[in-house]
Design a protein around this ligand. Sequence first.
Ligand code: FMN
Length: 181
Amino acid sequence: MKVFEAIEGRRSVRKYKDKDVEDEKIAKILKAATWAPSWANTQCWRFIVVRDEGIKKDLADALSKGNPATDAFLDAPVVIVGCAKREVSGYKGGEAVTEKGDWYMFDIGLAMQNLMLTAYSLSLGTVQTGSFEAQEAEKILDIPEEVSVVSMTPVGYPDREPNVPERKDLDEIVFENKYGK
Ligand SMILES: Cc1cc2nc3c(=O)[nH]c(=O)nc-3n(C[C@H](O)[C@H](O)[C@H](O)COP(=O)(O)O)c2cc1C
């Protein structure tokens, strides 16, 4: 599959078939995540592959009330949790080197996008999920103090063709030389 075809075709999937996902496909999407760029190649990301039904249910309970991805956490056979070691990305000698501080959100975002695009190319669905009680998820998953849970996605075979949310036109968001021009 060509890159742009995957970028354009990937959608957030919130309905899944009752069908398991092959271990090799999970390994491939995780490998794709690790080929993302990261700050000085520091690779602050860590991933947890959750297949345990009880833990998936607990994670679904940690989502924000009414989160549209909730059923997906129960129906999909796998949930992948993207975590980050803090004070690694954007740091040198223990000090943040830019005014933006910790770049872990950025690095995890890139890795998750690689993961989701590769999942799509393997006929798998995903939905990047950010609206949840992170501290609750960290408790459920035994996350150590220096690590944060950033992002989660169910992974499974889509059960229906999702809607295509519109995108803004380029002339609304792209400027020439200076902002707003
Ligand atoms: C940082 C981030 C957090 C998100 N959190 C959630 C979420 O908690 N629940 C959910 O159902 N979708 C979530 N989404 C998915 C967006 O709603 C979705 O990407 C957007 O509507 C565009 O649809 P598309 O992914 O099909 O192109 C999140 C996406 C991003 C990038």
